[in-house]
Ligand binder design. Structure first.
Ligand code: FES
Ligand code: FES
Length: 160
């Protein structure tokens, strides 16, 4: 498709870009808008590292064309909080030091955020179910689960 002007609502601000309507949202976020929180992993919708929130729901931005995002509310990792003022989920992952290489963290944090949007008190099983298709090649799943439990206010229930 030919490039055209597309207006997207990203992190509360309307941004206008020139891009083909079938361009994956991830490319526009990273290359046009400089939002590098979402990462390119598989490019096939399978690993979760490109996850953003669209209307509050976790979405894999590598397989979503921007034409499907017009008029929707897009939030990236940068839209949750800043280095100085991380949001509760970001802070929980920092507190638990829940990373090795960190490449999967965007997806883990955004998916946890989406879960808490619809279920503020998830069980460990519900968190595991929500995160099960977010891949972590480093094997940091135990720390990631602790961070998600902490974000959900349940860390005391697992012995800490
Ligand atoms: S890069 Fe999007 S799911 Fe893997
Ligand atoms: S911490 Fe490296 S992929 Fe998860």
């Amino acid at each position: 498709m030919m490039p055209t002007k597309v207006r997207l609502n990203v992190n509360g601000t309307v941004r206008e870009i020139d891009a083909a309507p079938d361009t994956p949202l991830l490319y526009v976020l990273r290359n046009d808008l400089g939002l590098n929180g979402p990462k390119y992993g598989c490019g096939l919708g399978e690993c979760g590292t490109c996850t953003v929130l669209i209307d509050g729901i976790a979405a894999r931005s590598c397989v979503i064309p921007i034409e499907g995002c017009v008029g929707r509310d897009i939030v990236t990792l940068e839209g949750l909080g800043s280095r100085e003022h991380p949001d509760a989920v970001q802070q929980a992952f920092i507190t638990e030091q829940a990373a090795q290489c960190g490449y999967c963290l965007n997806g883990m944090i955004m998916t946890t955020k989406a879960l808490l949007n619809i279920n503020p008190n998830p069980s460990e099983a519900e968190i595991a179910q929500a995160l099960q298709y977010n891949l972590c090649r480093c094997g940091a799943h135990i720390e990631i689960m602790r961070a998600a439990l902490r974000a959900a206010g349940q860390i005391a229930e697992v012995g800490d």
